[in-house]
Design a protein around this ligand. Structure first.
Ligand code: CS2
Length: 498
């Protein structure tokens, strides 16, 4: 089959194979700056916005994608080369593929190349919303102290060099300062990361930074910028080279970085947009008064569920989430964890059928066509576990509830952090804290609870007798027996107590 390089010029030719944007991209103006143009944003917010742009009355809501880190050079160059276009490949439950070229990203900037341009863009009066997917670790929050981490070298750089920032905090501060100086209106800053109270978090962290960098801006920000909380959801594995090759072979599209995702999609947002917003509700987004219960449910069940399957599965040698969760012991472990340990901590979810939600999660995890990588799920666990799993453990401990399965996963994580799976094969650990994790993992071989000494992850969890006992017993069992046998025994115990 003839193949066409994905770009504006070839769109018409490509349209005989897959659907293309149903609007004239030349007529779209930019109203949103989005920072962090990885797969998730492109499968989620950009997809919703692409649907909305079909209606000409929303032509002022195109997206300018910003790549913030040097690490993003590749995706930036590809998007530039493809005029911001990319193919979204939805892997349906029956294994069929729905492909669509997404056109919502009408501009793209590479911050390290020209920081001032990004600052100016964020300060542009046409920009009403700045959205973020900067990962859980990107908020610069120190779990142990509950405060902004000023020791981060990049933050120190930004404080000394405000005109050429490197972090999101430097960029936001400079652009808001320009808006204030120029007498412009404020805007909405919306986090789309998996963090409980993600709007509160970005507000708190930004104001901490501004207090040091530009204290006179604080009251202006409080009056002119809103920070809605939101819950975002769509499983988006890393694109595999086979996805790129198949797209070219079967649809004749030469796309250097398509995005693959599951069919499920959800976005629940607090309706607090100080400078207006597009009617995303027209394309299925839910606007609610209080999003926190939804966030909590999603983080504690879906994201934590991922970490549970990922860590246990990695030790057992699995490479993908579906294969691991389709192991009956892991499947049953997850069900027990969700029912006995997470469900009692959830409240405020009137009208949500939790039972149905949990069943649908197990189906989504088990979708064999998604092939979500365990490496992706376990990456940056040091930023994820404190957000996804530890709040459940703290709450259960406070309520004298059960924590055995949660403690088991933390023990498995300590063993995982030694860097080998059960059969001795190297694990590909990607984590900003990999050295500390490994050092404490080694110390744990002598004294299991050593792993819990990492205060920036576990706060004072090591002081909980109930937790340390459950954790140590799990640790010893995994070392003595194998992981599957340990899971089986723990499941049996929990079921006999139910
Ligand atoms: C995953 C998330 O990164 C992770 O560990 O749990 O990326 C997850 O796939 C998304 O939040 C789904 O909405």
């Amino acid at each position: 089959m003839t193949s066409y390089k994905l770009n504006t010029q070839n769109l018409t030719a490509i349209s005989s194979q897959v659907s293309i944007p149903e609007y004239n991209r030349d007529t779209i103006n930019t109203g949103i700056v989005h920072v962090g143009i990885g797969g998730f944003h492109r499968a989620h917010q950009a997809y919703y916005t692409d649907q909305l742009l079909k209606d000409p009355s929303f032509n002022n809501w195109g997206i300018c994608g910003v790549a913030l880190l040097d690490f993003d050079t590749k995706i930036y160059n590809i998007l530039k080369d493809q005029n911001g276009l990319y193919t979204l490949i939805v892997k349906e439950l029956d294994g069929s593929l729905t492909k669509k070229v997404i056109g919502a990203m009408v501009e793209y900037l590479f911050a390290p190349e020209n920081p001032l341009r990004v600052i100016e863009k964020m300060a542009n009066p046409d920009i009403k919303i700045i959205t973020l997917t900067i990962t859980e670790g990107g908020y610069n929050y120190n779990e142990a102290t509950g405060t902004f981490d000023f020791e981060n070298l990049l933050i120190q750089h930004d404080l000394k060099n405000p005109d050429v920032p490197k972090t999101i905090f430097g960029y936001l501060t400079q652009s808001l300062k320009l808006r204030k100086e120029r007498g412009l209106l404020g805007c909405t800053i919306q986090s789309c990361d998996n963090i409980q109270g993600n709007g509160h978090m970005i507000k708190k962290m930004l104001l901490s930074y501004v207090k040091e960098a530009e204290p006179s801006l604080i009251s202006w920000i409080k009056e002119n910028v809103s920070f809605p909380n939101s819950m975002v959801d769509r499983i988006t594995p890393a694109t595999a080279s086979s996805d790129i090759i198949n797209l070219k072979k079967t649809s004749g599209i030469d796309d250097a970085w398509p995005v693959v995702c599951e069919p499920f999609i959800q976005w629940v947002i607090e309706d607090d947009f100080i400078a207006g917003r597009p009617a995303w509700e027209n394309v299925g987004v839910q606007f609610v008064k209080d999003v926190l219960p939804y966030e909590k449910m999603k983080l504690a069940l879906l994201n934590a569920g991922h970490s549970v399957i990922g860590i246990l599965g990695a030790l057992m040698g699995y490479k993908t989430i579906d294969k691991a969760v389709n192991n009956p012991q892991i499947h049953s472990f997850l069900e027990i964890y969700m029912d006995n340990e997470v469900t009692p901590t959830l409240d405020g979810l009137e009208g949500v059928d939790l039972k149905k939600y949990k069943t649908s999660l197990l189906q989504r995890f088990g979708n064999v066509y998604i092939e979500d990588q365990i490496d992706r799920i376990c990456s940056e666990s040091s930023a994820k576990i404190p957000i996804f799993m530890l709040p459940t453990i703290y709450k259960q401990l406070a309520n004298k509830g059960n924590i055995t399965h949660g403690a088991f996963v933390i023990a498995a994580w300590a063993i995982y952090s030694l860097g080998k799976d059960e059969s001795g094969k190297d694990l590909n650990i990607k984590d900003a804290m990999v050295d500390v994790l490994n050092e404490k993992a080694k110390a744990s071989q002598e004294k299991p609870a050593s792993f819990l000494e990492i205060a920036s992850i576990f706060r004072d969890l090591k002081e909980s007798k109930q937790f340390v006992e459950a954790y140590t017993s799990a640790y010893n069992s995994i070392v003595k027996n194998n992981i599957e046998a340990s899971i089986k025994a723990l499941n049996a115990l929990a079921l006999s107590n139910n």
